[in-house]
Design a protein around this ligand. Structure first.
Ligand code: GLU
Length: 296
């Protein structure tokens, strides 16, 4: 465990819509974890996929967090302004990253397998260079062959316990730069977490599957690996992840205490006795400290 004070946490929403009940759970848990460790909590706007950015959403999210008493302890990083940093990381990867000319259909047709996130596993067609007549579409990162050193990535999740992933069988050579030219989330998140000095990542379990790829990338780039805590996902009435894509409603910021109490309740923190926000924070921090504080 880190000593109080050297902890850096973060909340990294994509501005594809306003803060909603699902993203509030991640914001609140990451904030509580930073506070009980005496650390800093940083907001980062993950707008690297500019095709999904909704104008005004980043400001809406920051305003909603402020209305709920959560303020970034440092400058807010905005991914769309940091493309030179992702390019520099790509350069550092050298020949480990290679151009790939395959279309999605070609990869799906190769039927090598399906990654745990549902995507088709890349068969490695362009590993040795582009076939004649093919042009580069994406940039991929080479992962070790099955059984080779570093291919099995293990980490201890602070909520879920020991985790492992075989990169070759469960992820495959993954995309660093997309066919439309945008840098991929996996690269941007790793570069930004390292540059912001993030020591602890607290986020939804929908990203659990990405963690091994991110740890592998950290190792190739010479970055330290943070600790991870993946939160259970808030689902809607039909069991789907509660998200902007399935029409999750924006929060009712006229009732901040209600919203905070609902998110805390989902995390198993009983704050119902709180009559105001100050009392809410006292109870929520004490509850989180009991489960995940520095003495745990
Ligand atoms: N931007 C991602 C999202 O909104 C979160 C990334 C992360 O926490 O690593 O789902």
């Amino acid at each position: 465990m880190s000593m109080a004070g050297d902890y850096v946490g973060r909340f990294a929403p994509s501005p594809s819509g306003p803060l909603h009940a699902g993203s509030l759970v991640a914001a609140l848990a990451s904030f509580l974890d930073a506070r009980v460790h005496g650390g800093r909590w940083l907001l980062r706007i993950e707008d690297i996929d500019e095709t999904r950015t909704v104008p005004g959403a980043a400001e809406d999210i920051a305003n909603a967090l402020a209305a709920l008493d959560m303020h970034s302890d440092g400058p807010v990083l905005v991914q769309s302004q940091r493309k030179h940093r992702y390019q520099a990381a790509r350069d550092k990867l050298g020949a480990l990253a290679y151009p790939c000319g395959c279309s999605r259909k070609e990869i799906a047709d190769s039927r090598v397998g399906t990654a745990s996130d549902g995507a088709a596993i890349y068969p490695g067609t362009c590993r040795g260079g582009l076939a004649p007549g093919k042009t580069a579409r994406t940039l991929r990162l080479r992962v070790p062959d099955a059984g080779a050193e570093g291919e099995l990535v293990r980490f201890d999740d602070r909520w879920l316990g020991p985790q492992s992933q075989h990169l070759a069988a469960e992820a495959g050579d993954f995309v660093l730069q997309r066919a439309d030219g945008f840098w991929a989330y996996q690269l941007a998140v790793v570069v930004d977490d390292a540059e912001q000095g993030v020591t602890d990542i607290v986020r939804g379990a929908d990203l659990l599957d990405s963690t091994a790829r991110q740890i592998y990338l950290q190792r190739q780039l010479g970055y330290p690996t943070p600790r991870y805590l993946h939160l259970p996902l808030l689902t809607n009435a039909t069991g789907e992840k509660f998200s902007k894509q399935n029409g999750a409603q924006a929060l009712d910021l006229a009732r901040p205490l209600d919203e905070l109490q609902r998110a805390a309740g989902f995390l198993g923190l009983d704050t119902r006795a709180a009559q105001d926000r100050q009392a809410f924070w006292t109870l929520a921090l004490a509850g989180w400290d009991t489960r995940f504080g520095p003495r745990r």
